[in-house]
Design a protein around this ligand. Sequence first.
Ligand code: F6P
Length: 341
Amino acid sequence: MRIGLLTGGGDCPGLNAVIRAVVRKGTEVHGHEFLGYRDGWRGPLERQTMPLGVEQTRGILPRGGTILGSSRTNPAKVEGGLDLVRDNLAADGVDALIAIGGEDTLGVATQLAAAGVQVVGVPKTIDNDLGATDVTFGFDTAVTIATEAIDRLHTTAGSHHRVLICEVMGRHAGWIALHAGLAGGANVILIPERPFDLEDVCRHVDSRFAQGFSSIVVVAEGASLAEGQLATQEAELDAFGHARLGGIGQLLEREIEARTGREARTTVLGHVQRGGSPTAYDRVLATRFGVHAVDAVSDGESGVMVALQGTAIVRVPLEEATRELKTVPPERYAEAEVFFG
Ligand code: F6P
């Protein structure tokens, strides 16, 4: 078979590990050949391709980013886009497509599968908010990076008796904030799933200082005040309609200083969480996803996504994975609340 491969959406540590695994197993065990599509869905939309064989995937296992490039191009937003993708795949002699991406990329994959294209998905996002899989690769790396940052913030916060606010990624799901906050011993964790009250936050800050310690607040970029305001730096929307978020850390900084009289500073971790080498956990998970994705294609599967359930890699309908975001349930947040204040 000739199999097309693309990586879409925000990049994520472990993408190259998936590509390597797909190509290695596909070539050496199944005898397939591969075509790389560049920059997510832009590749099949504009027939932007690159050669992809074992040679191109040597040495990429620990490398961050994606050798295929990525974009947030959405063919469903382009007039006749999905038909064009289908026609271009056929013109390139591609029998099946493996799409590695998050909710948006896999949403397009779902539509293509319904239109008769053989498509298998691989779940990717540092946010860990895809349904049907226990974990997505990239999440462990992001949490590790954020935890290390929080560890470092503790010592400087202590020296200056300051409140240090660490803003992490997570538009709609607070998984990175929850895990990094727990691992880093934050005394307040704020997530999009639970709009927060500034008075509660300031009470936790004061209580930490009263115990003789400085305060670390971890906040997800999509967290909002109880009144429901969403902190957005600019109203610009991407092709999937997402606002570019930012600014909740600064808002907290201002409010905490004004209400507690304590000096506060904000660190926005941003894309540092997405760059660089994947952790060992993410390399293993990404490799297993790649191996199982190419097996699924070889078995003639379509409209499915590989997923981690417990310790097993299983195949689930793409629709199930993209139906709704996996957000932090109240009982998981309650575990973290024990350590607030
Ligand atoms: O979806 C992954 C993610 O890293 C989000 O956590 C974040 O809000 C977004 O991508 C940022 O995307 P961009 O690449 O457009 O800055």
